[in-house]
Design a binder for this molecule. Sequence first.
Ligand SMILES: Nc1nc2c(c(=O)[nH]1)N[C@H]1C(S)=C(S)[C@@H](COP(=O)(O)OP(=O)(O)OC[C@H]3O[C@@H](n4cnc5c(N)ncnc54)[C@H](O)[C@@H]3O)O[C@H]1N2
Ligand code: MOO
Length: 390
Amino acid sequence: MISVEEARAKLYDLATPVGVETVPLAQAAGRILAQDVSATRDQPPFAASSMDGYAVKRAEVELHAMFKLVGESAAGHGFAGRVGPGQAVRIFTGAPVPEGADFVVIQEDVTARGNLITITDDPGDKDNIRPAGGDFRAGDTIGAPRRLRPADIALLAAMNIPAVPVSRRPQVALISTGDELVMPGGEPGPDQIIASNTFGLKALFDAEGAQTRILPIARDRVSSLETALNLARGADLVITIGGASVGDHDLVAQVAEGLGMDRAFYKVRMRPGKPLMAGHLAGASMVGLPGNPVSSMVCGHIFILPMLRRMMGFVPADPQLKEGQLAEPLSANGPREHYMRACIGSGGLTAFPSQDSSLLTVLADADALILRPPNDPPRDAGDTVFYLPL
Ligand SMILES: Nc1nc2c(c(=O)[nH]1)N[C@H]1C(S)=C(S)[C@@H](COP(=O)(O)OP(=O)(O)OC[C@H]3O[C@@H](n4cnc5c(N)ncnc54)[C@H](O)[C@@H]3O)O[C@H]1N2
Ligand code: MOO
């Protein structure tokens, strides 16, 4: 058995970068920027008014000063002339500040009569002008890799970048294995249960940026598993669920090896998730996850999401652990790294009393996994621990 860290290093070796594709800006939200992109213009491209008012010379601004209106500058339609001494140009928010002016008096501080304006309230010192290039300049860069948030999309649009180089979405094929499984909506026989892991894992991987296909359930027969693994061809990452342990019907390793899988490791010193297996199969990475529902989801967080991040260009890609205080004591940990389902309250972290790896209700209630190192001694309330927010 290897440690979690060793397993993750081996999985990173299997995680081949997926390459780059260009997508229209409107489809780039949530994708991973794959190459640095640079602004092709300044924003704003000219000194712009930040308020509705009158553009004048700052040196002439004082209470009761009068100006003659000589024109108008609106957003999209600037004033072509120059503001001379004693002159003002009517100006609106976002409009170019005309040449000769370096101050905008807001209209609330002005009384206008015909083509004359008088400053009737103290306009203060603020010039109400946004300098050219005050937001960004041509050549300013957004660095890759970066998950594009809505604000990034707006910035890319303002930079006049209509198509964006992003990492291709890793193609993941998910295969549930077991005679006991029926798809949600199916009609389970008396000894059967519903295949839940594939659906939870698809949601987890797709939210990270993958494109996940759920393949038909493979039965506990060599031919059925071979068929499923053949259907997975073309995927970047093939993931099987269940059939990874030591039981007579746990056939995944045997069948995958028969199809030429080159195994990188089997079994990790962790709980849940011990019977994890990984290797290369027909040009793809393959990971065999344990069947217990919580085990497969925890392995998804601890191993598969980091792999996907690596495939999309993120280094480092490890799970981002946080530090927190225990609200309640914990007994000593055994020899395996333990990822305990827990909830975060105002008093700190509380582990759920049952940590059985079949309990999806507990996982659904949890918003953290407390990480216990191997052989961690008993812990008191108030002790600091590492945890992964869920
Ligand atoms: N003698 C031993 N028995 C077991 C060991 C061991 O070391 N020695 N390890 C245990 C651990 S830890 C785990 S985890 C499980 C993992 O076993 P498998 O990966 O072979 O998984 P299965 O036996 O196929 O299934 C386990 C459990 O999960 C249910 N399952 C499977 N797939 C799904 C799915 N897609 N959706 C919902 N539920 C699923 C399955 O029905 C079983 O109840 O082995 C222990 N045993
Ligand atoms: O490792 Mo198993 O995943 O403990 O339930």
